[in-house]
Design a protein around this ligand. Sequence first.
Ligand code: BDR
Ligand code: CA
Length: 305
Amino acid sequence: MQRIILDVDTGLDDAVAIILAAGSEAIHLEGLVATAGNVGLERTLENTLNVCEVVGIVAPVFAGSSKPLKRERVHAGDFHGVSGLDGPVFQQRRHQQVQKGSGIQFIIDTIMNNPGEITLVPVGPLTDIALAMQQEPRIIRVVKQIVLMGGSFVGGNVTPEAEFNTYADPEAAQIVFSSGAPLVMFPLDCTTKVTLSPDALARYKTFGGESAKLFCSCMDTYMANYQKKGVGYPAMHDPLCIAYLIDPKPFTYERHGVSVELEDQATYGKTLRGKPCKEGGVLVAKGADTTHFWSLIDQALLALD
Ligand code: BDR
Ligand code: CA
C-alpha cells in the first residue's frame, strides 16, 4: 500500500490523477493539498474539493500556496478552461470542506510523523514542496519518495523549451531537484506518449456511474481544447505518477541529475539534463505502456462506481 499526499492544481488531468488514486486499492490517500497553477488557488481548491466529493474521497483537503516563490503568476487556462475544470457541473457539496491550517504544515507533519512511509505526489508547480523543504529540511531524508509530474527534455508546452509546472515556479523546482530527496520525474518525454483517443473516450461514455461521468465531462473539454490548439489528443500527464505508484514495471527510465534554468530569459524554467548516474540523481520516466495505463483507469472507474 502506497501512502501518498497529492499536491494538485486541479486541472482536468489532475482530476484524472485524483480519480485513479481514489479508485486503486494500492493507493492510500493521506490528504490532498491544492496549489495555484493551472488557475488561481481559490479555483484549484474548489475544483479539488468538488472532485473529491464526487469520487467519495474522505481524506482531508488543504490549501497550499497562492503564488510562486519569486516569479509572477502564470496560468494554463488554454487547456483547462477559465475555471480550471471546465465541463463538469457540480452539485452543492455535502461532505468535503477545506481543512483549517496550512497545506505546507500538513505535508511537513504527515512526513515527520510517519518516517519513511509517505510518498509526495506533486502534479502542479512545486511551490508547496519547496516551501515545506525550506521550513523543515528534515523531510528531505524522511520522505519515502517524491513522484512528480513536470519538466521536459524534448521541448516545452508553454515556451519552446519549458514545461508548464516547472515554468510556473522554476525557483521552487530547482530547490526540489537539488534537494537530494529520492525523486521520480514524469516529464513530457513520457507523459505526451499516453493520450486519450476519441474512440477510448466514446467507450468510457458507456460506463455510467458518477465517477465515469465526471471523467468523461472533464475529458470532453480537454479533448476540445487540444483540438482547438491543434496539438493532437490530450496527454495524461498527472495520472501517470499514480500509475507508477500502482506498478512501476510498465515504464522505462533513465537516471541522471536534473537542474532548472533560472538565468536565461529565453529558456527560463527549462529542465536541464545532468550527468547520468547509477544511484541518486532523479529517476526519469521515458516510456510507458499505454494499454496498461488505460486498464488501470478502467479498473479505477469500475471500482468507484
Ligand atoms: C502539466 O501542466 C498542467 O497544465 C497539467 O495539469 C500538468 O500537470 C503538464 O505540463
Ligand atoms: Ca497539474
